[in-house]
Design a protein around this ligand. Sequence first.
Ligand SMILES: CC(C)(COP(=O)(O)OP(=O)(O)OC[C@H]1O[C@@H](n2cnc3c(N)ncnc32)[C@H](O)[C@@H]1OP(=O)(O)O)[C@@H](O)C(=O)NCCC(=O)NCCS
Length: 171
Amino acid sequence: MAARIRRANREDAAAIARVQVASWRTTYAGLIPKSFLAAMQAEERARQWDLLIEAGKDVFFVAEDERGVFGFISGGPIREALAGYDAELHTIYLLRERQGSGIGRLLVETLVRDLRAGGFRSMVVWVLAQNPAVQFYERLGAIEISRRDVDIGGALLDDRVMGWPDLSLSF
Ligand SMILES: CC(C)(COP(=O)(O)OP(=O)(O)OC[C@H]1O[C@@H](n2cnc3c(N)ncnc32)[C@H](O)[C@@H]1OP(=O)(O)O)[C@@H](O)C(=O)NCCC(=O)NCCS
């Protein structure tokens, strides 16, 4: 089976959590303290994903192939008000070995199509300034909105909010 993207359901919570924990460990090694990354537990994350999916407020898509889920994206209404923006890309993670072959772009496009069908017009995403994902979002047309410091596991990091003020122009 070639890679495909589909809407996630509660049965995907465990696989989403496994991808999240594995991808955090490779993405944030050297950035977020080792102890924080080591303490992340897929079982606990799975329970959180299950509750979020069940709540039905946000949207979730997974990317999978014959070996199972290797990536996911979630989004929904903006969580913290920002003038001119109504939706938010909450999370997007792919296993390292599946990065760089166009699936991230496809996941974002799928989310945006769904958000636009739901009446949303713009979107933000929070990203650590040192994460190469900044360049990925720029490539997809995002602009920087503002920055702030964030504490993750005792490390003070530069967090950036980027956005697409008009989704109809970027996608
Ligand atoms: C960020 C992420 C979702 C991007 O998905 P991906 O499948 O690797 O990216 P794609 O292959 O779809 O890239 C789309 C475009 O962005 C560009 N791009 C992606 N990463 C880039 C980088 N680090 N620097 C420059 N350009 C980049 C690609 O070249 C591509 O451009 P093109 O369409 O013109 O060829 C994925 O790499 C990932 O899961 N990273 C680790 C987790 C993470 O950081 N998540 C975001 C947290 S905020």
